[in-house]
Design a protein around this ligand. Sequence first.
Ligand code: AMP
Ligand code: MG
Length: 392
Amino acid sequence: MISVSEALQAVCAESRPRPAEQAEDIASDVDSPPHDKALVDGYAVQSADVSNPPVLLKILEQVTAGEVPQYAVRAGTATRIMTGAPIPDGADVVVMVEDTEVLEAGAAVRIQRTVGPGANLLRQGVSMRRGDRVLSAGCQLRPMEIGLLAEVGRASVRVRPSPRLAVLATGDELVDCATRPGAGQIRNSNGPMLVALAQQAGAVPTDLGVARDNEPDLRRHIQLGLQSDVLVLSGGVSAGVLDLTPRVLADLGVHCVFHKVNLKPGKPLWFGVRRDASSSCLVFGLPGNPVSSLVCFELFVRPAIAKLKEQTPEPALRRGVLAADFRQKGDRLVYHPAVIRDEHSGAEITLLSWKGSSDLRTLVDANALAIFPPGDRQYRAGETIDVHLLAP
Ligand code: AMP
Ligand code: MG
C-alpha cells in the first residue's frame, strides 16, 4: 500500500494541464488614464502662479468628469476642475478646493497655499499605454483581471476552459435526495457534495446520478463520465462482492495508477487514467462513505484540478495546539475532523468526536482535518500538531 505523499505525487504527475493555445494575450486599446486627469476637486493652474500665495486668479470655466476643457490656462487664470476631469492645456498643477476661496461672485478664486508642479494630477498613460500587453495567456481571471478586461474594452476573451468533472455515485442502496429511503436504502449524499466540492475547486461539474452495482449499468455511466477531464466515482472500490468498479474501469481502458492508500479514512481510494490521441481523463474511485469521499477529494482531487488549471496546488496546512489529550492508534496516516480556532494564546485545535466515516453530521462542525502520523501514541493537551484546513 502506498503512502499519501506517494499517491499525491502520482496524481500530480498524471494531471497535465491542457495546452493554453486557446487562451490569448490581451493588449490595451487605450491609454490609462486616457488624459492628464485631476485627482482632487479644485483649480487647475500654472504652478508658477501659485508659488507665492495668497494670489487671486480669474476663473475661466468649470470642467467636470466627462467634459472637455474649452480654454487653455494662462498666467493669472484658473479652471475649476472636478476629480477625473481632463486637465486643461497650460495647467500643470491642481490646487485642492480646501486651499482656495471663491471671490467676486464666482469670477475669481484666491489660492491660499502653494503646491509643486505635477501635484494632484495623473499624467496620461502612466498606468498603461495603448498597445501594451496587460494580461498574458494562461493567467487566472480574478475579479481584478475582469475589471482590467473591461477597462481595455474586452467584453469577451478566449480562455482555457476549466476542467470538466463528472460525478458518479454507485450503489444499489442509493436513492435520490428527493426520495424517502425505504428499508435498506440511504440517500445519495456524495453526489451533491462532490458536485459542490468540484465547483468550489474551480472545475465545471456534471452530476451523472447513480449507477447500480451491476456491470452493464456501471459501464454505461462510466463511458459517459470518461468524456470529461476528470471522473469522480464514489463507492464500489472496496473489497465487497459488489465492488465492481475497478474491473469495469479496466475493461474500458482506464489504466490503474494505484489502488489503496495508507490513509484513514480513505484507504480503498482507486486512481487511474485513460489517455488516447486527443483526450485524457483522470479517474478517481473514492470510497463510498461520505467522510472518506471528502477526505480523498481534499487530498487528491482538489490538487489534481489545480494542476489541470495550471495553478500550483497548495496544501492548506496550519499548526495549532491540541485542546485536550488524545490517544492515536493504528498504522495509517489519520485525518480527523477538527475545529481550529484562534485564541489569545494562538491557534487551538479541538478534535470532534465523530462516529466513523459515514458521520457527515459531525463533519459539518469541522473547519479542518487534524493530521496524525501512523503509530500508537498518546498526545497531550498543548502539543502542537498540523491540520489540513477545509475550504470555507
Ligand atoms: P462502498 O464504498 O460502495 O462499499 O460504500 C461504503 C459505504 O458508503 C456504504 O455504507 C454505502 O452505503 C455508503 N455510500 C456509498 N455511496 C454513497 C453515497 N453516494 N452517499 C452516501 N453514502 C454512500
Ligand atoms: Mg457500494
